[in-house]
Structures are given as structure tokens and as C-alpha cells.
Design a protein around this ligand. Structure first.
Ligand SMILES: Cc1cc2nc3c(=O)[nH]c(=O)nc-3n(C[C@H](O)[C@H](O)[C@H](O)COP(=O)(O)OP(=O)(O)OC[C@H]3O[C@@H](n4cnc5c(N)ncnc54)[C@H](O)[C@@H]3O)c2cc1C
Length: 409
């Protein structure tokens, strides 16, 4: 099979789908190459938060100080598979470097820049996808088990304040009034009052894919195997044949590294694996995403279920799920909500993660007929519509790539 298109997007996760819809509604001829159900990767199982408040990168001086205990304590929200340690070392060294005070502050500034229009861009995208019914605006809550834990978060709170993030400080009693289903959090909470979340990320992906198809996007159910520039065009070898495109966008999430290398970009992309467990119920016991910060997961009310999603496991793309990580999530949820039954389902997904938490959104260094759009780490859902706008501006030549250094890798 031989196909030709103006723009070929590799990867139909939330990033690829948002880009496809944006370009197609702007009149471009677009094809999405995706071997699986669109939106069934990391974009399906996340915590659903549109976290425009989350300007703090994963790597900070505090995380760096605690890294050894975080990595090797079995019950820590951050774990590493020992067998993966040698392969991960270059990424970990870069991560440690990026966790120093000046680097972390610079990375926060880049994220803040990208996040500033994220919620507004999501409202618009959800409108285009006929999916505003899946958006909730109940805010989001970070919770602290003790006054000491709250004080330990002072530098993060100050950094968010510096970037103009609206945050309210709640006493334990105020937290209890807002979320009466939870046990006491003596250290109180930080409340982001305007934060949005999705009541069903999987359903949102289905609507985005349908809206893209209605706008004329063609979906090829196959894998992009190799990318080669040939004159003014880009040639893709796909499972069942080949595709010629004027522009290719690499949006294959955590799987983007090899394709980027073929385009001429050595990018230190790896994955932070994350898990979820879900408990089916009519009325979830929380009414907004709630993050008990020490545990590294969110409790999120979704349609007819409670999703408990998060934690980080460094361990590459091929190892099977670790039942101990799933048990940790389940145990953590039950310690807060003892009446939870058994989870109805569990899930492992692959965050596409850069050592500095800053995504890669720019033309390839090998030539601007390939555009890179991956590496969104913990914020890919949040940043998809904002990324789509930037990529569309690059494709149409409306933006000067020199501006991208303010928020991209
Ligand atoms: C537990 C967890 C909780 C999270 N919570 C949040 C949250 O609350 N808010 C938030 O903003 N973010 C969150 N995230 C992060 C977010 O889910 C990701 O950053 C985002 O989904 C990445 O989107 P993507 O499109 O880049 O990747 P994906 O959704 O993984 O999509 C990439 C797609 O590319 C396809 N692909 C791979 N290789 C090829 C190839 N060679 N050819 C063609 N296609 C290919 C894959 O099949 C896949 O469908 C969370 C992640 C996890 C794991």
C-alpha cells in the first residue's frame, strides 16, 4: 500500500489526536498512523486532571535530597526496577542535574509558560469534540498528613505563587468540610479552585478521534517503522506499505525516541511508568481530584467509579506490570477509604518523560518538515490542546521556531 498526505502524525494519543483535529479544522489534509485503538496508551488511564497549576517539575532539590530513599524504599511512590538501572543511568544522571535549584527554577518557568493557556485551550478543544459534558470544574486538592508535611512543601508553594498560580490554604477542618468522605488531614490542604478535570479520559479520547475523523482525518491502523527524508518529502515505512508526507509530526509518546533519532534528533526521552486501580460505584467518595501528597497518587471521581492513579516506576517500556506497585496503590486507597471493595480493574501506562519535565515541541534539527511533539511526562493530558496550537502554527509557518525555547526542549 502506498499513501500520500500533507501531514502525517505518528501516534494517536491525546497529543496526536489534538494536533490532528486542530490541523484538520484549519483545512489541512491529515493522516494519523496508530497501530492500536486511538487514545488507548497513556492518554487512556491517567488521573484526568487538567493540572494548569502543576508548574513544579518532577526533579527539584527536595526530590534530589530524598532520591536514594525514594528509589529504594519499597513503599515509596517512586520506585526503580533494579534490572533497568544500567539502562536508566544516563537519564537518572540528567534528572539529578536538572533537579538542582537553578535548573529546577528554569524548568518551572518553562512549564508555567506552557501551562498558562492550558485550561482555556481544553475548553475550546472539548467544545470542538462535542465533549464539554466530560469536563468538570470542581478544583483540585493537595492534602498534607501533618503540619510538618505542609511546611516541607513551602518552597513549592512559593514557586507556584511566583508564577501566579491561584492556591488557597485550607485548615484540616476546611478540608473535612470540602471532602467529608476522607479521614482527617492534620496538615490541611492546598486548593486550586478553578482546576478542571475529565470525568472519563477514555471517552474523551473516543470523542476526539471521532471529531478528527468527521473533520476529514484518515486513520491508518499500523505502526510507523522507519522515517527517511527524501528531497522535500518525508518517507515513512509502515507495517503494510509506505506513506509520503510533506510534513511528519512525531507524537508517539514514550515510543518517540527512535523515530526522533531517525529524523536527526538525539533526545533523552525515557518513561516514568504509572498505574491505576479503579473501584466501581455509583457515587465516588470524593467530589474532585484529591492528592494525598506523600502517597504520589490522585483519588479521582470518574463516571460510575473511583480511579486511583499515579506513582512512578522507572523500568522501561517492556517489563510487565509489577503487582507490588498495584498492591501499593490499592493499600494506599484503602487506608484512606476503608470501605472500598476490590478493584474492578488495574492498568499500567507509560509517561513520555524528559529528565527536566519539559516537553519537546519544535521542528526537528534535521529539517523542519519533521516536527517533534512528545515528552509531556505528567502533564500530557493537560498540555495536549496547547501543544496542538503550537504545532499547527509551526506547520502553517505562523510561528517563529526561535520563540519555542521559552517552553520546549
Ligand atoms: C498514572 C498516570 C497518571 C497521569 N495523570 C495525568 C493527569 O492527571 N494529567 C495530565 O495532564 N497528564 C497525566 N498523565 C500523563 C499523560 O497521560 C501523558 O503525558 C499523555 O497521555 C501522553 O500523551 P501522548 O499522546 O504523548 O502518549 P500516548 O497516549 O501514550 O500515545 C502515544 C501513541 O503512539 C502510538 N505509537 C507508539 N509507537 C508508534 C509507532 N511507531 N507508530 C505509530 N504509533 C505509535 C501508541 O500506540 C500510542 O497510542 C498521567 C500518566 C499516567 C501514566
Amino acid at each position: 500500500m502506498q499513501e500520500a498526505t500533507e501531514v502525517a502524525i505518528i501516534g494517536g494519543g491525546v497529543i496526536g489526536l489534538a494536533i490532528a483535529l486542530q490541523l484538520a479544522t484549519g483545512g489541512r489534509e491529515v493522516m494519523v498512523i496508530e497501530p492500536n485503538e486511538p487514545g488507548s496508551g497513556a492518554s487512556y488511564g491517567n488521573a484526568g486532571t487538567i493540572a494548569d497549576y502543576a508548574v513544579i517539575p518532577v526533579g527539584t532539590p527536595a526530590v534530589l535530597r530524598n532520591l536514594p530513599s525514594l528509589l529504594f524504599d519499597r513503599d515509596s511512590p517512586l520506585a526503580i526496577r533494579r534490572s533497568a538501572l544500567p539502562a536508566l543511568m544516563p537519564w537518572l544522571l540528567r534528572f539529578a542535574w536538572q533537579s538542582q535549584p537553578a535548573q529546577a527554577a528554569r524548568n518551572a518557568a518553562k512549564l508555567a509558560r506552557l501551562l498558562s493557556g492550558a485550561s482555556e485551550a481544553w475548553r475550546e478543544l472539548a467544545g470542538e469534540a462535542g465533549a464539554t459534558d466530560l469536563m468538570r470544574q470542581n478544583g483540585c486538592l493537595y492534602l498534607y498528613a501533618s503540619a510538618d508535611a505542609f511546611h516541607a512543601a513551602a518552597s513549592e508553594i512559593a514557586l507556584r505563587k511566583r508564577h501566579g498560580i491561584e492556591q488557597a490554604f485550607l485548615t484540616a477542618a476546611e478540608v473535612a468540610a470540602l471532602e467529608p468522605g476522607l479521614p482527617a488531614f492534620e496538615g490541611g490542604g492546598v486548593f486550586f479552585p478553578d482546576a478542571l478535570h475529565l470525568s472519563d479520559p477514555g471517552e474523551m479520547m473516543r470523542r476526539l478521534a471521532n471529531a478528527a475523523a468527521s473533520a476529514g482525518v484518515r486513520f491508518l491502523r499500523t505502526k510507523a517503522e522507519a522515517l527517511v527524508r527524501t528531497g522535500a518529502a518525508v518517507h515513512l515505512r509502515i507495517g503494510t506499505g509506505e506513506v509520503w508526507a510533506r510534513t511528519v509530526v512525531i507524537a508517539a509518546g514514550a515510543h518517540s525516541k527512535q523515530l526522533a533519532a531517525q529524523a536527526g534528533d538525539r533526545v533523552p526521552l525515557d518513561t516514568e511508568r504509572g498505574y491505576h486501580v479503579e473501584f466501581d460505584m455509583e457515587q465516588p467518595p470524593v467530589s474532585r481530584p484529591v492528592c494525598p501528597t506523600a502517597r504520589g497518587f490522585y483519588l479521582v471521581p470518574m463516571q460510575h467509579r473511583l480511579r486511583v492513579a499515579g506513582t512512578v516506576e522507572l523500568g522501561g517500556l517492556t517489563a510487565p506490570p509489577d503487582p507490588r506497585r498495584i498492591a501499593l496503590l490499592e493499600r494506599g486507597a484503602r487506608e484512606l477509604l476503608p470501605s472500598l471493595g476490590s478493584p474492578a480493574r488495574t492498568w499500567l501506562g507509560f509517561r513520555p518523560s524528559m529528565p527536566d519535565s519539559v516537553p519537546v515541541i519544535r521542528p526537528s534539527r534535521g529539517g523542519d518538515n519533521v516536527i517533534l511533539a512528545f515528552g509531556h511526562g505528567h502533564l500530557g493530558l493537560t498540555l495536549a490542546p496547547a501543544t496542538a496550537r503550537i504545532v499547527a502554527d509551526l506547520v502553517t509557518g505562523r510561528t517563529d521556531p526561535a520563540n519555542l525555547v521559552a517552553f520546549s526542549n
